[in-house]
Design a protein around this ligand. Structure first.
Ligand code: ATP
Length: 255
């Protein structure tokens, strides 16, 4: 579904992504792990189209998308989970779902109000989809709550819900477990698994929570110093000496 070929991203002279090649199979939940600074988020940004690579190519569903804007990628179903923009904290959970923009880039309140005008034409359809999404995520009881008042875990579920308001095919999840309590974490894992199995979403998931990676991801790709160290099932990757060394290097560095 996705092929990253010899991607390079340099910041000044520093290569955050350094000749990175990997592929992602449709229908998988691919885990992307690696020590801090390995280049995982930079790789996500390149795949989502936040900025262009210094060199290398990205192919998605057989098409070279290296030069495509974020919007075009979004229309092809390549979606990075929506953060809830700051100004949306004052809006309710329901409004946050109903105002998912057709374009992710430049997500501003004004742009969304303009979009809302269009959305009103098929408001019933959108409302129905939002209600289904709320039911799926078990968030109906906070439908009229302001998004800013939600817990960390509820916000992550809402972010997933906002993705579900689009026609996503490949979803990039950046640290979904961060700041989420154990109970909601289990729910988040369950919902990701259902979206994958029953609704056909393919996921790439950056995560430091190894329990979540072990439960959900196959394969697991470990990056270090901007490139792929190893890819395989969780047990194989965890036991690989190069992976241990990469993480150990991080621990020693931090100490
Ligand atoms: N805008 C930037 N300017 C300069 N250097 C950057 C920039 N963004 C990232 N880097 C550097 O690139 C390297 C890779 O960063 P990146 O955030 O992609 O790593 P990561 O694997 O996602 O790390 P983490 O797990 O800590 O989020 C790091 O050394 C980081 O300091």
């Amino acid at each position: 579904m996705l092929e990253v070929d010899q991607l390079v991203m340099s910041y000044g002279g520093f290569r955050a992504v350094d000749n990175c090649s990997l592929s992602v199979t449709e229908g998988s939940i691919t885990g992307l792990i690696g020590p801090n600074g390995a280049g995982k988020t930079t790789l996500f940004n390149l795949v989502a189209g936040a900025f262009p690579p210094s060199s290398g190519r990205i192919r998605y569903l057989g098409e070279d998308i290296t030069g495509l804007s974020t919007d075009r990628r979004f229309h092809l179903g390549l979606v990075r989970t929506f953060q809830i923009p700051h100004e949306f904290h004052r809006l309710t959970v329901m409004e946050n779902l109903m105002m998912v923009p057709p374009h992710q880039a430049g997500e501003t309140l004004l742009a969304n109000w303009l979009t809302f005008g269009k959305v009103r034409r098929n408001e019933e359809e959108v409302r129905q989809r939002a209600e289904e999404t709320l039911a799926f995520l078990e968030l109906e009881h906070v439908a009229e709550e302001r998004a800013g008042n939600l817990s960390g875990g509820q916000k992550k579920l809402l972010e997933l819900g906002r993705t579900m308001m689009t026609d996503a095919r490949l979803v990039l999840l950046d640290e979904p477990a961060a700041g989420v309590n154990r109970t909601l974490l289990r729910k988040l894992e369950e919902k990701i698994a259902i979206l994958n199995k029953e609704r056909g979403y393919t996921f790439i998931l950056i995560e430091h929570d190894m329990e979540m990676i072990e439960k959900l991801c196959h394969p697991v790709i470990c990056m270090a110093e901007g490139r792929v160290l190893i890819e395989g099932d969780f047990a194989t990757v965890r036991a690989d000496e190069r992976v241990l060394e990469a993480y150990l290097g991080e621990t020693v560095g931090a100490a």
